[in-house]
Design a protein around this ligand. Structure first.
Ligand code: NOJ
Length: 516
């Protein structure tokens, strides 16, 4: 019997499948590629992996537009490849989570095709969000049913040939399901069972706060505020209560983490009540600037509101954190130093941590991708005004001195920078002073302390723009200021994210100290 359920303090590694490792040679990462790199992940010292969508998809949004929820896109392999991946991961002691995309399907999904062919008022249309136009001020054509805008820019409605409109909170190729329809609910329970029966340990739930929209679809302002008719409607929690019952039926512990964007930790906490999801991402940590005050506020608010917290600094939707922290700094290396320090602080906090592929190599955002290679729909929909998310999705450099740096036998679907030779996993594995070696040491140290630290933490008084906190015998210190700070009394420095002489903590550095 495990002391606490595995997800409680798990370190989970996000694999953006298209960009991780390509075994087939078509320039796109795939499941056999992931499988070939499992030993690397076991050696890194993570507990679980989360795979982004690999289902059949026209790839209008990198696979978050799913045409068939029970299969593998040939681009990524086959169901047999998936089964082999689960078996190998488990043999190495790694848990495996898959991404479920319940807010919307692809417009190529058979249900949506049928909906377009069916008349208004039909059951086929009712599985999605079709509406008649709002009466227009003079003309007869009508306009969008309400003022909602797509997260990717532009209206959230697209008109069909017969004059009705359908809702898509994201791209037009991602029509929203109607979660008030019982068949949609049954279908997703069945999809969960399909993957649970294949042995997955859990799910990451895409847009978990968006499934139910307020009755009547009233006009609104953008934002995740409590009064939004789009996000976090009370009825969404019934869905997760039902899903939790399904997860709990299965042997072992199967967990779910919600992608929940909210503007309050109290709202976030509703998703992780004992009979709902196990976890939700804590994006407030990722959104905090490089500042001890900002970090402390997020930590306090999170631990007050959420019983089983998570921490995350990067994912496939945001600018890589060394680049975020480096902005505004005169020293180009400062961003990476701060990124490593924030990582070490996050590993010291109670709860579980999510890493994003490539952060262990110290990759930064690739900002100069040529426009013609960009694939994020945000780039095209904003007519190039917004660069979008491709800069954090550039394929991983594994080995060698030139692109594609061992990503696969072919090229890579996004061009890799010419100066990544020093950042390959192969090169860094051989260098004890590399970011990869630091990540390995940090994860090994966390493991060595597992089960010996309390689930709570306490603040110590800290000078300047620094934070000191304790968890039992561990003291974590992080210096966000510009001057060195004196370390609190301790017996030993177990690990630090940069040079630390045992007396002072330099700027942009974190360390773990032990007291007996
Ligand atoms: C969140 C996913 O992480 C993102 O990549 C995707 O574009 C949207 N949800 C829509 O599915």
């Amino acid at each position: 019997m495990e002391r606490t359920p595995w997800w409680h303090d798990a370190v989970v590694y996000e694999i953006y499948v298209r960009s991780f490792a390509d075994a087939s040679g078509d320039g796109v990462g795939d499941l056999p590629g992931v499988r070939s790199r499992l030993p690397y992940l076991a050696e890194l010292g993570v507990d679980a992996i989360w795979l982004t969508p690999f289902y059949p998809s026209p790839m209008a949004d990198g696979g978050y537009d799913v045409a068939d929820y029970r299969d593998v896109d040939p681009l990524f392999g086959s169901l047999a490849d998936f089964d082999a991946l689960v078996a190998d991961a488990h043999a190495l002691g790694l848990r495996l989570m898959v991404d479920i995309v319940p807010n919307h399907s692809s417009s190529a999904h058979p249900w949506f095709r049928k909906a377009l062919e069916a008349p208004r008022g039909s059951h086929e249309r009712d599985r999605y969000m079709f509406r008649d136009p709002a009466p227009s001020d003079g003309g007869s054509a009508g306009r969008e049913p309400n003022n909602w805008v797509s997260v990717f820019g532009g209206p959230a409605w697209t008109k069909t040939p017969d004059g009705q409109w359908y809702l898509h909170l994201f791209a037009p190729e991602q029509p929203d399901f109607n979660w008030r329809d019982p068949e949609v609910r049954r279908e997703f329970v069945d999809i969960l069972r399909f993957w649970l029966d294949r042995g997955v340990d859990g799910f990451r739930i895409d847009v978990a706060m968006g499934l139910i929209k307020a009755e009547g679809l009233p006009d609104t302002e953008p934002g995740f505020g409590a009064k939004s008719p789009i996000w976090s409607q009370p009825e969404v929690h019934d869905i997760y209560r039902e899903w939790r019952r399904v997860l709990d039926e299965y042997p072992g512990v199967r967990a779910a983490v919600g992608e929940v964007w909210t503007d309050s930790p109290e709202d976030l906490a509703l998703y992780v009540r004992h009979d709902e999801l196990h976890q939700s991402f804590n994006f407030a940590w990722l959104e905090a600037p490089w500042s001890a005050t900002a970090f402390r506020k997020v930590i306090d608010e999170t631990l007050t509101a959420v019983p089983a917290p998570t921490w995350v600094l990067s994912n496939h939707d945001v600018v890589r954190h060394p680049t975020r922290y480096g902005e505004g700094s005169l020293d180009p290396a400062a961003g990476l130093a701060r990124g490593c320090a924030a990582f070490l602080a996050m590993l010291a906090l109670p709860g579980s941590a999510y890493l994003y592929q490539g952060e262990e190599l110290g990759l930064s955002e690739v900002k100069d991708l040529p426009p013609e290679s960009r694939q994020d729909p945000i780039f095209a929909r904003s007519k190039g005004e917004l660069l979008g998310r491709d800069g954090c999705r550039v394929p991983i450099p594994w080995s060698g001195a030139a692109p594609p740096y061992g990503f696969g036998p072919g090229g890579s679907w996004l061009p890799q920078p010419a100066d990544w030779a020093g950042l390959t996993a192969e090169r860094q594995a051989a260098d004890p002073s590399s970011t990869l070696s630091f990540y390995r040491r940090a994860l090994a140290t966390r493991r060595s302390l597992r089960g010996t630290l309390p689930d709570t933490m306490a603040w110590l008084e800290a000078p300047g723009d620094a934070l000191f906190f304790t968890r039992g015998k561990l003291i974590c210190v992080i210096n966000c200021g510009e001057e060195p700070v004196r370390l609190p009394p301790h017996d030993q420095v177990v690990i630090s994210s940069g040079p630390c002489d045992g007396t002072d903590l330099p700027p942009d550095t974190a360390a773990w100290l032990l007291t007996e």
